[in-house]
Design a protein around this ligand. Sequence first.
Ligand code: SF4
Ligand code: SF3
Length: 542
Amino acid sequence: MFCFQCEQTAKGEGCTKIGVCGKQPEVAALQDLLIHATKGIAQVAVEGTKVGVSDPAVNQFACEAIFSTLTNVDFDPARFVTLIDEAVKHREALKAKVQAAGGSAAFADGPATFTPAGDQAGLVAQGEKVGIQADPSVNPDIRSLRELIVYGIKGLAAYADHARILGQEDESVYAYIYEGLAATLDDTLGADEYVGLALKCGEVNLKAMELLDAGNTGTYGHPVPTAVPLGAKKGKAILVSGHDLKDLETILKQTEGKGINVYTHGEMLPCHGYPELKKYGHFYGHYGTAWQNQAKEFAAFPGAIVMTTNCIQKPRETYQDNIFTTGLVGWPGVTHIADKDFTPAIERAMALPGFTKDVPGKQVMVGFARNAVMGVAPQVIEAVKNKAIRHFFLVGGCDGAKPGRDYYTEFVEKVPEDCVVLTLACGKFRFFDKDLGDIGGIPRLLDIGQCNDAHSAIQIAVALANAFECGVNDLPLSMILSWYEQKACVILLSLLHLGIKDIRLGPSLPAFITPNVLDVLVKNFNIMPIGTAEGDLKAILG
Ligand code: SF4
Ligand code: SF3
């Protein structure tokens, strides 16, 4: 196997024996083969676009298949076997539609003609031949850019899938996914074209994230500032993790009146701010911290646990029977709830002791998404003008297990008292429970939401820039980002598409970016690795 798509890749180079994430070599090969098969769909879909053919079922499938290969989503080989077969069926059905519409669907070879082997072992062998390093003759910079596009598309497909679940879709998103994937097979394209396609991925992702924002706020209302208990309430308990708001809502509905309290975990924390979710009386609080601490924290949770999206880790035996997956998440041996009837998890929660007494704890504030922040825009603008607020720091992105991530805790601790910290995504668990106080009533730590809410953060920055009649780069705003998986990759591409400069990225730079590609990014965007908290603050604040 060879995989270097995430930040924790072995030795900062690539996982070759087993994934640091726990991905087995067979699963790595099956994921590579699924991406290969999806590229085949893309080749046909590009022809379809030319004759006005687009198939909603294929679009949904493509996004789900791609999202399944995102880091920490699906580790179950059996599910990939099914997906690969379905990919080929969808591709052939699409070919027929394209031909019927007068298009061309004749391909000589490559993914568009790929025939899957009849069993898992055969598919694994096929997957081993189509991995990232399958063709050693490819120029390393071209390979780097192609992989950057593929990982950008993984993040984009994830956000498009989240948006579709809430009824929001746009043809342009699917069209780009196909265009980008098919382009990675095109030997006539050079570095400039690939850089353009990578930035286009960022551009299209803005659309996908806008759709997702519309889905979230249209269905559940605009988040409002809300205090969330980090302790627990006596009683039976279900913990919901991942990013899927609809799954959380479904679980809230199905547990109503059953005496079960529902807790959020990880990226679900900001859900407490949505009016249509917080209305449930048994939606109690938040349990635990970021994804990489789940083995320890889940082992101590006295109820059932449902994983709705990334990030799942290998479950310990002690809670293997308490944890359930749904949607695209999978772990071999863990009960998967495909039909959204969460009865197995509810029954498990009822059988487990739950919290036998109230557990006191701190509270944290969530709900500072674009609507809430813009609601206090005049005060914020006034505070900047009269120098009560000197600078804004957006400290956001993914968390992870590496020791270098302490930088983000230290950074926030050292931010001067006349500065405000905006945050989003699971990287916030490094500092989310710190009491940073306020500046004239404006909290110094504002949680915008999940990584899925990056649109909200961008809207806040754009609104500030408009208010000060300047560009986002001219604002007293610095972005200190942490990345781990491919949703973060595509958000970064979106920021680069918007021309945002001087981003500090850590804890390490992507292994898939070659020195030459990095050079292009540095020259055009002055993107830089994080240094020390103290040194970076000094450099930014002067
Ligand atoms: Fe390694 Fe990350 Fe790939 Fe897992 S997803 S195999 S940790 S590079
Ligand atoms: Fe976190 Fe997995 Fe990226 Fe949504 S939950 S940000 S890492």
